[in-house]
Design a protein around this ligand. Structure first.
Ligand code: CS2
Ligand code: MG
Length: 408
């Protein structure tokens, strides 16, 4: 048995996705997500122009050896493009192995450690009334945890806030089809720091203490600003404060830890375990935020999460709509199997996306389950995929009020 063909499928059902299709000499098909929001074609080219020929003829069962072959064999290692390409190959090979075994992937990862995967939704609103409406809507859908993002008076469109009205499902897509350059947003940290603690106080006032509240700082604060913010919001018992500072400055979190017990989550822009080494060994974070799609796949994520488990750190796998249903399914199989599960991000995909990707995971009262189909449990309809043309899209660029480029 060997890999007979490798195909890269770029499709855009409402947003861009890159998918890898690996087919064995016996006709078994495995799928992998290779979507990197705003830089999709770089990964598509890495796969089709550089990796595909290396894979033909390889034994599809040698997943670890293939991972090492692609990682060490590249010479130029790490980085979002390389690791998304390797992730797609890895996911496809695990999909094949589980299909050949006739079982859902989580069974190959040690079986279920829990009955379901607790998920959190994205509740947002330009003001508190819209945010409150969104939280109520998600609670009615059965969610027990919500990420809350809201507008800041004086600032226009900012990260994470739906501009399509109060946060309904899949209501926020950050990548814009803005022609040949990104759109721009304006930011002011001081206005944000002064505004947000009151929002959390209002949420606790209105929704009580049971609801798990998460918030995404989206990389924008300096270490001392983040330390102040994490301390100011401590009374509101957040499940986590995410990306309080730009994560590559790992030791910045030592300052936040000195001032606050607000749990911290980081890592959605990371792509290898080395990005986490200080954060994990010094217990500077409480949740690992990587996506399977951006961090080298199931093989690498399982090792990363097992490493984090030694330090009492749990999973918080990234799951926005720019992770395809295949990448989401890979996360769910890991979530179900590992012991140190924390929570799973879940932004439901739109109807067009679900025309292209046939999923088998299910949602029930705030929990997802990957399903018991052999493999990952997601199949891509190539005919449907072919009807959605790729269109270049960019994540916004952020500038401070004086025009200085800032982290988006
Ligand atoms: C966000 C992401 O889900 C999150 O936590 O940080 O939606 C992020 O903005 C997008 O993945 C960027 O493509
Ligand atoms: Mg985030």
């Amino acid at each position: 048995m060997s890999i007979a063909s490798v195909d890269v499928i770029v499709t855009s059902p409402g947003r861009n996705f890159v998918t890898l299709k690996v087919t064995t000499s016996d006709g078994v098909v495995g799928w992998g997500d290779a979507t990197l929001n705003g830089r999709e074609l770089s990964v598509a080219s890495y796969l089709s122009d550089h990796l595909a020929s290396m894979l033909i003829g390889r034994d599809e069962d040698r997943i670890e050896d293939t991972w090492q072959y692609l990682y060490r064999g590249a010479y130029w290692r790490r980085g979002p493009v390389t690791m998304a390409a390797i992730a797609a190959v890895d996911m496809a090979l695990w999909d094949i192995k589980a299909k050949k075994a006739g079982m859902p992937l989580y069974q190959l990862l040690g079986g279920a450690s829990r009955d379901g995967v607790r998920v959190y939704a994205h509740a947002s609103g330009t003001d508190f009334a819209a945010l409150s409406n969104a939280i109520t809507g998600y609670r009615e859908l059965g969610f027990t945890a919500v990420r809350v993002q809201t507008g800041v008076p004086g600032l226009g469109q900012i990260y994470g806030v739906s501009s399509t009205g109060p946060g309904v499902r899949y209501d926020y897509e950050p990548a814009k089809r803005s022609g040949d350059r990104p759109s721009e947003e304006t930011w002011d940290t001081r206005q944000y720091l002064n505004h947000m603690p009151g929002v959390f106080a209002q949420i606790r006032e209105e929704f009580g203490t049971d609801l798990r509240i998460l918030h995404d700082g989206h990389h924008r604060m300096t270490p001392i600003e983040a330390a102040r913010f994490a301390k100011d919001i401590e009374p509101y018992d957040l499940f986590w404060l995410e990306d309080a500072t730009p994560g590559e400055d790992q030791t910045a979190l030592r300052l936040i830890r000195q001032h606050s017990t607000t749990p911290l989550a980081i890592g959605e822009v990371f792509n290898t375990v080395y990005d986490y080494q200080t954060l994990i060994t010094e217990r500077l974070i409480d949740y690992v935020r990587s996506a399977v799609t951006h961090t080298g796949g199931i093989t690498a994520m399982k090792k990363l999460l097992d490493f984090a488990a030694i330090y009492g750190i749990r999973s918080g796998i990234h799951g926005p709509t720019d992770i395809s249903p295949i990448g989401m399914a890979a996360a769910l199989h890991l979530d179900l199997a590992i012991h140190n599960f924390g929570i799973q991000e879940y932004m439901p995909h739109n109807e067009q996306t679900l025309e292209v990707f046939q999923t088998s995971f299910t949602f029930d009262k705030g929990f997802l389950h990957p399903g018991d189909q052999p493999g990952l449990g997601v199949e891509l309809d190539e005919e449907a995929a072919g009807t959605f043309e790729y269109a270049k899209a960019y994540l916004p660029v952020n500038r401070l009020l004086d025009g200085t480029v800032h982290d988006w």
